[in-house]
Unconditional design. Structure first.
Length: 158
């Protein structure tokens, strides 16, 4: 991968990101680095790196297979990631060169999407339950406070 310095080329590598329609967050982050090489070494987002490679590397079967292997290794390296059995099995077979069929890749991708949806649904349900519990607790406190106030007001009228 060629590097371009920020001074000699007028930060043309950042302009290239814009030309490639990189997301604003990535472009803004990249502007803080003097060269592509320095930014690449510091990049905290594997998805940005894969996106960039996907647009800069020639689209050949060999390159697609290499990028797929890189993506699999990135996914497998995520600390605390929950297992996705169908995807994990496919990934192992893909890395060993045993199953590179597009149909199996699509099935594995669907398994990963379903697992991500289930995890997001569980997070949303947990957040809703927490909000409901907080609301109920607040209501209970308010109800108790109102009961005390009504009791006190009633007794002072007598």
């Amino acid at each position: 991968m060629a590097t371009e310095t920020g001074t000699a080329k007028g930060r043309s590598w950042v302009r290239a990101l814009r030309t490639l329609d990189a997301c604003g967050e990535a472009v803004q982050w990249a502007e803080g680095y003097p060269s592509l090489r320095v930014a690449w070494a510091a990049c905290p987002r594997g998805d940005w790196m894969l996106w960039y490679l996907g647009r800069r590397v020639p689209d050949t079967p060999a390159h697609r297979e290499t990028l797929t292997c890189v993506a699999i290794e990135i996914m497998r390296s995520i600390k605390g990631r929950q297992a996705i059995p169908a995807w994990d099995t496919w990934a192992e077979r893909y890395l060993r060169g045993e199953d590179r069929s597009p149909a199996r890749a699509a099935e594995a991708a669907e398994s990963a999407r379903a697992a991500a949806w289930a995890a997001e649904t569980a997070r949303a349900a947990a957040a809703a339950a927490e909000t409901a519990a907080e609301t109920a607790a607040a209501h209970s406190v308010l109800s108790t406070a109102c009961t005390i106030w009504i009791t006190a007001a009633t007794e002072s009228v007598r």
